[in-house]
Ligand binder design. Structure first.
Ligand SMILES: C[S@@+](CC[C@H](N)C(=O)[O-])C[C@H]1O[C@@H](n2cnc3c(N)ncnc32)[C@H](O)[C@@H]1O
Length: 265
């Protein structure tokens, strides 16, 4: 069997492939986001915001449900891909290029969400705190911020590999993720990720490394407590089951923190 051609580039610079790998099934996330608004929100929920929105897979699904939506991402290729999908369907372009630790919005939102670990791209405590403060300015008092992160458990070994496949028409992608290194002191974790892309005309492999900051349950609690804007009202796992909230403890890995925007102290 011939070796695959290898491309050493950011997976985020390949929004078409990213969108297939991560966007195949958003239904559970969408049901969770809208369900959280009903269960934990206050007042009407019309406006929704996603920092680190990537290709806008969730934003597009929510726009189809008639929510007013907005989003940002650091990667201009992802933002272009996101906005192009909206243009194609005669909808206003919702996304802009910005750093989620340093941005402002013109009008506040009712609910914001940040799923699948994007928050962990912020490399320092200051950036993480600045992000929570920016989000506090972007969401109205009583509104919600749903923050999905993969924590580092302190009592059990963390999961080290994950593989899955996605297909759309003639395009098929097999994805594999693995741990390259974990540095407890600097809290920097490096994960290898590869997309094996197969189309009728070409097969190749994109190999990338994701650098993420780690959080134990205690470190996450301390960060949220240090922000003047947010209080945790409930926690769930990535099963996104609103009837099954979880208690975060030293063995927990996947958590969605449901935070409410409080009045600043
Ligand atoms: C795992 S993807 C998630 C995308 C999207 N939220 C989704 O659910 O499909 C992480 C995204 O975070 C973006 N990102 C990384 N650092 C960022 C930053 N400082 N500000 C804004 N976006 C950032 C990347 O460009 C990438 O699109």
């Amino acid at each position: 069997m011939s070796e695959l051609e290898v491309i050493d580039e950011s997976i985020y610079d390949h929004p078409k492939y990213y969108d297939l790998v991560f966007g195949a099934d958003c239904a559970a996330e969408i049901k969770f986001i809208t369900g959280c608004a009903a269960k934990h929100g206050s007042g009407k929920t019309n406006r929704m915001f996603e920092p680190a929105c990537g290709t806008g897979r969730l934003l597009y699904a929510l726009a189809k449900k008639d929510y007013e939506i907005g989003g940002l991402d650091l990667n201009a290729k992802a933002v272009d891909f996101c906005n192009a999908r909206f243009r194609k369907h005669d909808r206003p372009e919702p996304a802009f290029v910005a750093d989620m630790a340093d941005f402002k919005v013109k009008r506040r939102y009712d609910i914001a969400f940040n799923t699948i670990n994007s928050f962990r791209h912020l490399g320092t405590e200051k950036a993480a705190r600045d992000h929570l403060n920016c989000m506090g300015e972007a969401v109205r008092v009583g509104g919600l911020y749903l923050l999905g992160v993969h924590l580092t458990p302190t009592d059990v070994p963390p999961s080290e590999t994950e593989s899955w496949s996605a297909r759309r028409g003639h395009l098929a992608i097999n994805t594999h993720m693995w741990t390259n290194s974990r540095d407890k002191k600097s809290r920097i974790e490096r994960f290898g990720i590869r997309f094996d892309v197969h189309s009728p005309s070409r097969s190749f492999r994109i190999v990338d490394e994701l650098v993420l900051r780690s959080y134990t349950p205690k470190q996450m609690d301390a960060l949220i407590a240090s922000s003047q804007c947010w209080e945790v009202v409930e926690t769930y796992d990535f099963a996104y089951d609103l009837d099954e909230p979880i208690e975060v403890d030293s063995t927990t890995e996947d958590v969605v923190y449901v935070m409410r925007r409080k009045k600043k102290t």
